[in-house]
Design a protein around this ligand. Sequence first.
Ligand SMILES: C[S@@+](CC[C@H](N)C(=O)[O-])C[C@H]1O[C@@H](n2cnc3c(N)ncnc32)[C@H](O)[C@@H]1O
Length: 299
Amino acid sequence: MPQTILEDLTVGETPDIAEALARRGSHARAHQLLRSALQTVPSRLDIRVRRGIVANPTVRTNVLLDLMGALKSFQKSAFVSDGLATWMKLLPFMEDVRFMQTAARHENLLPIPNWHWNLQTALWAVQQVAKVPGDFMELGVFRGHTTLFLADYLEFQDIPRTWWLYDTFEGIPEDQLDPNWRDNNARAYEGTFSFEEVQARFAAYPNIKVIKGRVPEVLQAGELPEQIAFLHMDLNNSTAEIAALDLVFDRIPSGGVILFDDYCWEVSRAQHDAEKAWFAQRGLHILPLPTGQGVFVKP
Ligand SMILES: C[S@@+](CC[C@H](N)C(=O)[O-])C[C@H]1O[C@@H](n2cnc3c(N)ncnc32)[C@H](O)[C@@H]1O
């Protein structure tokens, strides 16, 4: 599209033109257009949400754009992410400038658009354990998106705890693939990230340890905190997550939080069923969330 046409656009025309560009595969141009419109009208939620959608294009980008179209009469509240749409609801994260700026700074690390509701749950969890003794732990780091967002927001370098991050940095081990993950694994992680890259990403945080190893073996070898106040469980792998629960659950004190990233995603049915059963055996329950997460607060 010639530059002159883009220059003549009014802000009101921007969403439609950007959507047309995105639908024919020009996501970068659509993103550029929506981003510059936001500089003029930063409060326009519909433009903001569309910008997030096209910033991280996936196979479902057009579905998310369709949803935004269907919610046109709710444009002051409609929010669409992959697998989650809300309208007529408050969006508390939007009222927190620091949250929005921090989320935007790291959004390129996760190939899922508009991840704000999930980040908000994670932020609640780490704030909730402020008075609970113990370190923080993440099982399944990928490029480090969630922890980097949280550490940046919390200024974790000044907090007297250690954050222990574990990953193979080579994707889900073949012998631990759940049925729905057999087709997804290579596409999702293989060759897309590295230990060195993630270690460099956390270099500004002397109290964040990036550990290369396979769960549960790396934990069985004894490389884990004495006490755990917050555990982000995100291995996309029921075998390793259940083995990890067996090893770390007793190290979580009363009030500690486990956030399961994948408890309610359709593709993660095996994790949901295994974890629900593991907790039920102990008379305990994980709270399922429409974000796809599950939350457990230890009594
Ligand atoms: C969904 S990603 C983690 C995303 C990350 N928590 C975030 O918020 O951006 C899942 C990660 O788990 C790792 N993983 C899967 N099974 C593992 C295992 N048994 N041991 C260590 N890492 C594993 C994969 O390599 C992948 O990077």
